[in-house]
Design a protein around this ligand. Sequence first.
Ligand code: HXC
Length: 283
Amino acid sequence: MSDRDPRIFQTPVADSTTVFSKDLFKGKVLFCTGGGSGICYGMVLQMMKHGANAAIVGRKVERLTAAAKQQEKDAGNGTRCIATPGDVRKYADLEAAVAKTMETFGRIDYVICGAAGNFMAPIDGVSPNGFMTVQQIDLQGTYNTVKATINEVKRNHGVYTHVGATLHYTAIPWQAAASAAKAGIDALSQSIAVEYGPFGVRSNVIAPGMMKGTEGADRLTPKGGEEIVESRIPQQRIGDIHDCANAAVYLFSPAASYVSGTKLVVDGGAQHFPGPWLPYPDS
Ligand code: HXC
């Protein structure tokens, strides 16, 4: 039973199809690393609901193939999703995934760089190889993805959206490797925005806060402590994958045509408030 102040309002989760046209991305193609699960799965599905076809890249072939089928079923509008298995640490895998996408759909307009690896460990509890592994998946993987897709994206005046984090805007314990990698992704995204802006390419980062149903949230939320976490988020709820998916739809859409080289934080205002709340003042 909650003893939260009844005046507190949790802004509901929305669905971008109630705001943007369902044909918004008709005829466009999305290429997404990490699209088989979590936040990226939600982003791909939402883009498909707006008419895009998609290719998703991941290491686990069976899970990826099942996810692609599920995306098509969930989108329910005849859009297609193909599995293009690969490890983002290997540039040749990305070249092959791009080739398969081109063979199937003939173009790539939008790219989500979302594949990530992470674990909780203190700085002296990570081996050099452990630290490097996270950099290779998150940061080198993002570079590899950009390198493999940039010619197509330039041709179509397309858009990159990278999945970042808010970890490194301050710092949180036991996340040094992921924080360093995500900081690098912010920098890389800005470089893409500057170097390829003159070719009509945009590049931005979505920085998610705590999103329920993701590996990150599962690791960082104490069991049974969801309400305490929620009470410390100004919007009074843990984020939903839909919140990030809606943000991706906006950033890819022409409504964001002058938005490039920036970070869109999707965290209910949490980055600005370390907590805890004081007792609610009577007014
Ligand atoms: C310390 C660890 C470790 C741990 C692995 N290592 N787990 N060190 N603590 N918990 C070390 C290993 O000992 C090894 O170093 C090195 O990392 C490579 O490990 P492997 O298991 O061989 O690598 P691999 O199979 O490629 O796995 C990659 C991984 C793994 C990142 C280590 O955790 C993984 O694939 N995770 C699934 C994807 C994932 O984590 N998704 C969540 C993303 S969430 P040595 O020296 O022993 O060889 C996210 C959000 C961030 O990114 C924001 C959170 C809010």
